[in-house]
Design a protein around this ligand. Structure first.
Ligand code: HEC
Length: 141
């Protein structure tokens, strides 16, 4: 008997390329594994900023800048043509703002956090508009 391989071709909203047909293979555990390094990094950035928001609302200072975020410069993208000169500028802008959240400065933590989130949104407006409503939830009103 032939081994049955489940290859499901779906139009999924994966990353930022909903127009491209993505082949999604279902592993024995039933997981999708067609996630790019960049998408995984973005989800980690999302989680960390959600935690920062929580800390700041409790009046606490986030402790340590996560060095793995520097991988934004090298992580493989779903669509490698996204990595342009502008992409680098937006990445630097975002990292620079995020580092401020971990530095003791005169500016309020709420402002620094919101500036960071706005720099996520600034890049997304040029490359990947889908997650913007979700990212906006990270802002502190
Ligand atoms: C320099 C541009 C840039 C910056 C800055 C940026 N993003 Fe992204 N983001 C992208 C791109 C491009 C993708 C698509 C990645 C892929 O599919 O490979 C993405 C994908 C995502 C996704 C979808 C991940 C998924 O499930 O596929 C989320 C959520 C996200 N970003 C949140 C954030 C947050 C939160 C920040 C700031 C903390 C941020 N992004 C900063 C460009 C950026």
């Amino acid at each position: 008997m032939k081994r049955v391989v489940f290859i499901v071709s779906l139009f999924l909203l994966i990353g930022c390329n909903p127009k491209k047909e993505q082949k999604v293979e279902i592993t024995p555990k039933g997981n999708f594994y067609k996630q790019s390094e960049m998408a995984a990094l973005m989800l980690l950035m999302y989680e960390t900023n959600a935690q920062n928001k929580q800390l700041i609302l409790e009046g606490k200072q986030p402790k340590e800048f996560p060095e793995e975020f520097l991988k934004i410069h090298t992580a493989q993208l779903t669509d490698s043509t996204d990595r342009t000169a502008d992409f680098k500028t937006f990445s630097d802008f975002y990292l620079q703002n995020m580092k401020q959240v971990f530095e003791p400065t005169q500016e309020s933590l709420v402002n620094k956090h919101n500036t960071t989130i706005n720099s996520c949104i600034a890049c997304h407006q040029t490359t990947c508009v889908g997650p913007i409503p979700k990212i906006k939830k990270l802002l502190i009103p």
